[in-house]
Design a protein. Sequence first.
Length: 329
Amino acid sequence: MLRDQFGRVHNYLRISLTERCNLRCFYCMPADGIQLSPKENIMRAEEIQILASEFVKLGVNKIRFTGGEPLVRKDFDNIATRLSKLNCEMAITTNGILIDQHIETFKNCGISKINISIDSLKKDKFNSITRRDYFNRVMDNVELLFSQGFNPKLNVVVIKGVNDDELIDFIGLTKEWNTTVQFIEYMPFQGNKWDFSKTVNAEEILRNVSRMFGERNVLKVEDKKNDTSRKYKIKGFSGNFGMISTVSNPFCDSCNRIRLTANGRIKNCLFSGSETDLLTALRNNENVEELIKETVFNKKSQRGGIKNFASEEGRLMSESNRSMILIGG
Ligand code: SF4
């Protein structure tokens, strides 16, 4: 088992397949773009398979594809097919634009846990957040997934003054849709001009929801051990909603997540400034297992050691981290 120095077991690997995306969300992709890794430094399909199998040997039992946008990777179907042979749960976080082109692969490879990142239900606002015009395509693909028997989750990054006026609309979707709407607190990453005053924490959201639906109709839903979102549901609604509060109420005590970047580096935490280059080690036929164990063991207790994001130290540490697009959430 992959344990860190605090005894947390790590069995959930998030693999970023690409640094590229077909959207330009302002809180993820820095306004002046990013420096992409040279193509030869990006993991090839067979290397992803070898590294993933190393992690599975060490106890990983869930793999999530992320990006950038994982579905823009031309050989996505090939990678998914290779990893579907590993004995673990398969999941993906996608912006939903290309789902219709890969839904058969999802079925064939057992990719059952699908999270769709969508921050507005208003076309104009969606276009202003993403700097692209794909709203209808994304919504059509959400409907397509439901019609094909999937239960996608919706990930919404909530930013004050941008989309915090749509919380009730998103929760309204859970009346008919047996889905989970996850409200993600706006987090600081390199180049996303984060500001604490733009965050909306769980208490604020719950106050709004209770005011709208009546406190007695807002029911707590049991959270599972490693869950990142704290979930609730509206009485009589099919689905539920949750808050992922990394800034105001971190959930690091039960963290089981490791990240592998598209250029083959392990990040033992979303906010860790240090990384381990697994890809070069693999290409040099070095022992990657020890590197994985050591990197996980040295994980900090919380948020990569960032105590307060709003402090000067917190700001500097976040700016020395990668931009969100190069981590994949
Ligand atoms: S901030 Fe780091 S330690 Fe905390 S839950 Fe996220 S990945 Fe885990």
